[in-house]
Design a protein around this ligand. Structure first.
Ligand SMILES: [Zn+2]
Length: 408
């Protein structure tokens, strides 16, 4: 099977399309792509890169943040067909090679269900492809296993036990909000309840929950999806990321209809999330009455316990963090050993701040008091700030102080 290349500027003919399709469907090509997928998934890769060079297609996979070459030979003659195979799988237009495209497909490797998000971009020696691998698995992490400190966890458990209301999981993008939402759902979704979710991405399947996705190709908006979902009268509703006023209103209305409504939101801290609702023009008394709890979080690298190195928290450090610490307090830095592949880190650690509403706090919100005042009151009532949680975790050697301060 010869390679198919379209001349620049020429519109591909039906013949070109047939050839490209035939190349993508060639058994050798299919096997080649399958072989790469198999290797990547077996090794637990999170990304697969197909990078076109002048004489071959280099395949690299990302494992634990680092890229590593895969020993699968893809000669120049197969380059285009391998890319076409990926484009066909992902539902892309193979006749178009000069524009970026993205798509998606599903696979099962050794009974593991996997979703793959594909991104194609034109480059000097042909199209370059990145495939992001999303492993399907059931959500099993319970809230007690998220890494919340004994001072923080009971606040959330108490709030969840309250039942109906709005539960906001906030933080910057990539802070692990979905995982927290899922573990909260596991806490409240009992077999007698109807649970429904809508989200652009399903990270895990939640046992007993009806889960829908929405993407650019969906014929309805997230707000429409949420309205349709609410009409089914779920007891527990997870409505994805609240960005616009439509979703925000739907979330609040759901909470008033005696449902447990969970959503994600990008916000720097818990009180900031309340302000986001007010900025969208939602009445303060509605926000105050709806919110059952707000979580704010950051995702950090976890120090390798086998090789972390303690150092004293001297006066300079205490000045930097603006806190007086007990004599003999230590922080830790990364070193690297054979247990952490010399990186000094293994896995991740999450910092949490959990806001629980009180009568006094609600009064301040309804009176439209400034954010700082609400935050001050919450801290006075015992809310452990993200910074405090981080410093305590740094003192316990779970994370570095630098990572904590950079994350705030
Ligand atoms: Zn180590």
């Amino acid at each position: 099977m010869g390679k198919v290349q379209f001349e620049a500027g020429r519109k591909p003919t039906a013949q070109d399309l047939k050839q490209a399709q035939a190349g993508a469907d060639d058994r050798g090509i299919i096997q080649k792509v399958d072989e790469v997928m198999q290797k990547a998934v077996t090794e637990g890769a999170t990304e697969i890169h197909f990078e076109p060079h002048s004489d071959r297609l280099v395949v690299r996979i990302r494992i634990k943040q680092a890229l590593k070459a895969v020993d699968v030979e893809i000669p120049e003659s197969m380059k285009t067909n391998v890319v076409n195979r990926l484009k066909v799988l992902s539902g892309m237009d193979i006749t178009r090679t000069k524009i970026p495209q993205n798509g998606y497909f599903k696979l099962a490797v050794d009974e593991r269900k996997i979703e793959l998000y594909t991104y194609v971009m034109p480059s000097l020696y042909g199209e370059t492809v990145i495939v992001r691998v999303q492993y399907k698995q059931s959500a099993t992490l319970r809230i007690g296993q998220l890494g919340m400190s004994p001072k923080v966890l009971p606040t959330l458990q108490k709030a969840l036990a309250r039942g109906a209301g709005l539960y906001l999981v906030t933080g910057p993008p990539g802070s692990g909000k979905r995982t927290t939402v899922y573990s909260a759902i596991l806490e409240v979704l009992t077999p007698d309840k109807l649970g429904m979710a809508i989200d652009p991405m399903i990270k895990y399947e939640i046992p007993g929950m009806v889960q829908s996705t929405i993407d650019d190709k969906s014929e309805f908006t997230l707000a429409e999806g949420i309205r349709a979902l609410m009409k089914q009268e779920p007891d527990v509703a997870y409505i994805g990321d609240v960005i616009g006023v439509d979703e925000a209103r739907a979330a609040i209305q759901g909470a008033f209809a005696k449902r447990i409504v969970l959503c994600r939101m990008t916000a720097n801290d818990c009180v900031n999330a309340i302000q986001n609702f007010l900025d969208m023009g939602i009445q303060p008394f509605l926000v105050a009455a709806a919110v059952a709890s707000i979580i704010n979080q950051r995702l950090l690298r976890k120090l390798c316990p086998a090789c972390r190195v303690p150092y004293p928290a001297d006066a300079d450090i205490q000045k930097e963090i603006g806190m007086r610490l007990k004599e003999g307090t230590k922080f830790f830095r990364a070193r690297g050993c054979n247990q952490c592949e010399n990186t000094g880190y293994v896995g991740v650690q999450v910092l949490f701040e959990v806001y629980a509403p009180s009568e006094e706090l609600n009064k301040l919100i309804v009176a439209k008091e400034p954010v700082q005042k609400v935050r001050q009151q919450a801290l006075q009532e015992g809310m452990v700030s993200l910074k405090m949680d981080g410093i305590l975790k740094a003192m316990h050697g779970l994370v570095t102080l630098e990572d904590v301060l950079n994350a705030l």
